[in-house]
Design a protein around this ligand. Structure first.
Ligand code: ARG
Length: 456
């Protein structure tokens, strides 16, 4: 493609380090689409003849069909998908193929292709995340009343409803969707026609190519256009945050599936056995989603470090933008699908959850709140009184609501029998009706809103 100036071919290792076709072949659809939009514009603007534009368009369609049927052949001599496509086009239509690259460079071409690819990747992620949210909402609806221990420091804190816990993840995934949608909206301007870095003297129509490719319009500055990879970094940062959320839910499944907890039983389809220990049922999918989050964060860091300190405009370092995005996307798509399957199929052992909530003095705050509400005790004092009750329960080995009334009165005479109504885990969750609280009535409202938002 630049034989005019060179008398020798590249060294073998040069060829290998230079080639991106082993990975950027994945951009073939976008490359064909971008080139067809460019060729149509060149024809409409009179920059190439109508006949040549038509021949180029038909040839590109054929190359696309070939790629679709047979895949892209990796030939390192052709360096990247852009050169491979152009070379095949030349074989198919002859010298007219040489007119396609008028008023264009691989620098604006690759930026365009990659933006188009990231845009579709975001659409796929958004659809996957909506599916995960739907799974969470359906399970939350089923368990709006199921009581489990809520934790802080992984110590039993206060009873919550399982539905409320699952809806917490619905919220996180909702923010992820908004981050991805935001990344897509910001990215949706076309770099095509920025040429190598400075724009072009040909009378091109950037609005036309932008519209043909579904962009909102052309980018404003040619130097920025060919050196901007913010859209890929935005994708990776949104992916990292999302993967962190998935890893937190994974970790909960791993803990909940352990024998001492026994809060969940993973289905056969989403767990594995051991080759030596017949009793084992391992939460491998959850562990791998948790593990993948680290790799996704690594991809985000890889591209961030590649871009750091690059002067304008294009530098070949930027060719390294694609592997981390492809890797992160594959890992994320798989993680979302696996998490959706686990959420849909997991069995929640609600009797174990309830017993754990009852075992951990989780309603101690309810005793303190009762003293404040009914006996007008200042909260700090109520906290102290309750602490003595917990100590008594601990030393006698009983639950809070099993302490006899005389023993409670001995701690503080303002306590009377009505206190027992506040000490059950059901009473505790039912009382927490504040906006965003865990009460079943609030969970049902949140579920109803979510179902409407997801059109379920
Ligand atoms: N394969 C290159 C990439 O992925 C295409 C752009 C090459 N441009 C250049 N001037 N060498 O970034």
């Amino acid at each position: 493609m630049w034989g005019g100036r060179f008398s020798e071919g590249p060294a073998a290792v040069m060829r290998e380090i230079n080639a991106s076709i082993p990975f950027d072949k994945r951009l073939w659809r976008e490359d064909i689409a971008g080139s067809r939009a460019h060729a149509a514009m060149l024809g409409a603007a009179g920059i190439v003849s109508p006949d040549d534009a038509a021949a180029i368009d038909a040839g590109l369609a054929t190359v696309g069909q070939e790629y679709d049927a047979d895949g892209v052949t990796v030939d390192l001599a052709l360096e990247d998908i852009h050169m491979a496509t152009e070379q095949r086009l030349a074989q198919l239509i002859g010298p007219a193929a040489g007119r396609l690259h008028t008023a264009r460079s691989r620098n604006d071409q690759v930026a365009t292709d990659f933006k188009l690819w990231v845009r579709s990747a975001i659409d796929a992620v958004l659809a996957g995340l909506a599916g995960l949210q739907a799974a969470l909402v359906m399970r939350a609806e089923e368990h709006a009343d199921s009581v489990m221990p809520g934790f802080t420091h992984l110590q039993v804190a206060q009873p919550v409803t399982l539905g409320h816990h699952l809806m917490a993840y619905y919220e996180m995934i909702g923010r992820d969707r908004s981050r991805f949608a935001d990344a897509k909206a910001r990215a949706n301007l076309s770099p095509l026609g920025s040429a190598a870095l400075a724009g072009t003297g040909f009378p091109i129509d950037r609005d036309a190519t932008a519209a043909a490719l579904g962009f909102d319009g052309p980018t404003a500055n040619s130097l920025d256009s060919v050196s901007d990879r913010d859209f890929a970094m935005d994708y990776l940062m949104a992916a990292t945050t999302c993967a962190v959320h998935l890893s937190r839910l994974s970790e909960e499944f791993v803990i909940w599936a352990s024998q001492p907890f026994g809060f969940v039983a993973l289905s056969d389809a989403w767990s594995t056995g051991s080759s030596i220990m017949p009793q084992k049922r391992n939460p491998d999918a959850a562990e791998l989603v948790r593990g993948h989050s680290g790799r996704i964060a690594g991809c985000m860091m890889a591209l961030t470090m590649t871009m750091k300190g690059l002067p304008l405009a294009y530098s070949k370092d930027m060719q390294d933008d694609k592997p981390p995005v492809f890797e992160a996307h594959d890992l994320l798509a798989l993680s979302i699908a696996a998490m959706t399957g686990m959420v849909e199929s997991v069995t929640f052992r609600t009797e174990r959850m309830r017993a754990a909530a009852e075992a951990g003095y989780s309603t101690a705050t309810d005793l303190a709140d009762w003293l404040v509400r009914v006996a007008d005790v200042p909260f700090r004092e109520a906290h102290h009184i309750t602490g003595q009750a917990v100590r008594l329960a601990e030393t006698t080995g009983c639950a809070l609501d099993q302490i006899p009334i005389d023993a409670l009165k001995a701690i503080d005479p303002r306590i009377d029998k009505r206190v027992y109504d506040a000490l059950s885990v059901d009473a505790s969750v039912a009382a927490r009706v504040s906006h965003g609280g865990t009460a079943p009535v609030r969970v049902r409202e949140a579920v109803a809103r979510a179902k409407e938002a997801l059109a379920l």
